[in-house]
Design a binder for this molecule. Sequence first.
Ligand code: G6P
Length: 465
Amino acid sequence: MSRLVVVSNRVAPIDEGKQAAGGLAVAVLAALKKTGGIWFGWSGNVVEGDSQGEPTRTDVGRLTYATLDLGRRDFEEYYNGFANQTLWPLFHYRLGLIEVSRRTREGYKRVNGYFAERLAPLLQPDDMVWVHDYHLIPFGEELRQRGCNQRMGFFLHTPFPAPEILVALPNHRELIRELCNYDLVGFHTQVDLRCFADYIREETDGTVEDRGPEGGMMIQAFGRTLLAKAFPISIDTANLESLAQTAARSRHTERLRESLVGRRLIIGVDRLDYSKGLPQRFQAFEQLLATYPEHCNRVSFLQIAPPSREDVPEYIAIKRELSELSGRINGRFAEFDWVPIRYLNKSFGRRVLAGFYRTANVGLVTPLRDGMNLVAKEYVACQDPDDPGVLVLSTFAGAARELGEALIVNPFDIEAVADALQRALTMSLPERKERHDAIMRTLRRHDIGWWRETYVDALTRAPYG
Ligand code: G6P
């Protein structure tokens, strides 16, 4: 079996016990344990001066973590700059928010080159290299320029935008040429895949051979042949089900339940990001209380939103906006013994969240645009099958393509989201069970193991040229 080399901007903590909730981390770790290999990426540390030095290596069994620090300028230009102020808003259809600068694009290239330079000597001829997310699109080309001929796959964890959006990026062809250096390019949904194929047809001299949803699309472009295919990421369904069962009796869950004193609970859990639709979500809850006043003092909304990318101005702005909004709504509706919105800027571990999900009658997941959204899947997997809660899900989350039995909403339509909340809160037990069962069938069939295996299997068959 070939060794797997995983490359991602963030590398999961080495101490697995402390591992954050991330589905990607769970999936990648399981794959790496099976094959042995390297997990390579940024250490999360920023040092003064330039990025330099060899990777710090830590061996855990057959797995080696190899991480690099970033110098201040690289952190600003590559991470805060091109990745998070250009590509992130662009890929989430927010053209009004994109910053365009040659300096940050060069910084992005430079860091990808630096990472490739440091990984190349660690590679063995038969390795498979699996690169993750928008931070590292040029990474494969940078490796190839250094003489690496290994099989290389890329997986995009965000949406891939329609060509009309992508062309707002200066030198967009260069970015897609870089992407075409991989043998396999994975997306979450058929929608993302179609956008990529449309770009190839409309903006390049390349060709696309559509082999159907199971076969993906064979792309010939920029002198390369690659397979592009949708691999919807998922969760460790069985593990979460049993985690939630135990967590239902944990101290945290007990405290949450006691604090509700018989009231019902709506829950949202998101990084504090403008793509998550949080202001609209808060307004939809406000609208629910205004339109259906029987819920006043009967329903609480718990929004967990750990701060993210705090050096980027748009993230500072959204944080301020949400503080004001939650304050205003609470001021308008609160009673001396009830606060409508419990808004928390901190994170919780997997186990605690599993208990919170199980306690909540409604899971409210309303991003304006999202690659997949694993919270939607986790919320459902954590429900008590005999008395499950209801998922209200944005049509613009990749998860909506698979979880059609959720209450699917347009997150921009605040009144419609309020109505969906009303419907969720008043849904009969048989209907809740039916919807839950149907979603669970999907989540059991397509869990994280399925995602990892189908991707790695496709990469094993490379090259496709
Ligand atoms: C999204 C991205 C990931 C990223 C995560 C957290 O899920 O797709 O690549 O790691 O957000 O963001 P951060 O900037 O803290 O790594």
